[in-house]
Design a protein around this ligand. Structure first.
Ligand code: ZN
Length: 272
């Protein structure tokens, strides 16, 4: 097909593009696909420099946003992202935090208003494939839920139907991770029933091999140093082990205009 291909991901905070699509972005770029990232919030309520938490003295939300702005720029270079659009909303904090109620927070922004801003970008880019989170925001964070809502609201107003994917981690993979931690001597409860952010394996629709690009994914995670510091799980693992073990990204198909069936191993399956 001669039509040019565009991938667009709608993420909640700086660093989400790296953790959930950090392999897929450079992989698609290497295949000649145009890549666009929309980041909804400035991430004001992440950690400040030095690991200072949002409820601790010395945490200045605006300084954090500025720091994360630079980190996101660097991550976009690493991941070969062609265009970054910041919607510029204020981070809403985790579920139940008082920041949820801040009048400029993403969570308090009417869905239609934010969807309208996203729609401008979608109309300019006309991506065939869009990635965001499921209606639980993958793990219940208000900004992730809101990213889902504005994406679906904007997509519904397009004059064509793109293929929409939600990021996912299969329940079987969570089980393996828990097992590995047990083998390493940790006391890990088998919380399969309460773990509501894993996806049933049968619902996974795209399994992407990112072995060729997961080194860049690690580097992009490392670029978000204020959030994913030296002491974090991934940085402790180290690049070599990370690259050897984190070789897959999984997605669920939310819309299916091409009538794809079964599991695909390319987010642009059917388009090329
Ligand atoms: Zn996030």
């Amino acid at each position: 097909m001669s039509e040019s291909l565009t991938f667009l991901a709608v993420h909640a905070h700086p660093d989400d593009e790296a953790s959930s699509t950090g392999g897929s972005f450079p992989l698609l770029a290497s295949q000649g696909v145009r890549t666009v990232l929309v980041t909804c919030t400035n991430g004001e309520h992440g950690d400040a420099a030095g690991g200072v938490k949002p409820d601790e003295a010395g945490h200045d939300p605006d300084e954090v946003a500025e720091l994360r702005r630079e980190e996101l720029d660097r991550a976009c270079e690493i991941l070969h992202i062609d265009r970054l659009v910041r919607l510029g909303y204020r981070d809403s904090g985790m579920d139940g935090w008082p920041q949820n109620n801040h009048e400029q927070s993403f969570w308090q922004t009417p869905v239609a208003e934010a969807a309208e801003k996203l729609l401008v970008v979608l109309r300019e880019e006309r991506p065939q494939v869009i990635m965001t989170y499921n209606d639980f925001g993958f793990y219940g964070h208000p900004d992730h839920i809101q990213a889902h809502r504005i994406t679906m609201a904007a997509v519904a107003q397009l004059d064509y139907e793109p293929t929409v994917y939600f990021n996912a981690i299969p329940k079987s993979v969570f089980r393996q991770w828990r097992q590995r931690r047990r083998e390493a001597g940790e006391d890990v409860p088998d919380d399969d029933d309460t773990n509501n952010f894993g996806t049933e394996d049968d619902d996974i629709a795209a399994i992407i091999d990112v072995a060729a690009t997961n080194g860049l994914k690690f580097d992009a995670l490392a670029a978000h140093a204020s959030q994913i510091g030296e002491g974090s799980f991934w940085m402790q693992m180290g690049r070599e082990k990370y690259v050897a073990t984190n070789v897959t990204e999984w997605f669920v198909r939310a819309t299916n205009p091409l009538g794809l069936t079964g599991v695909v191993n390319d987010l642009f399956a059917g388009y090329r």
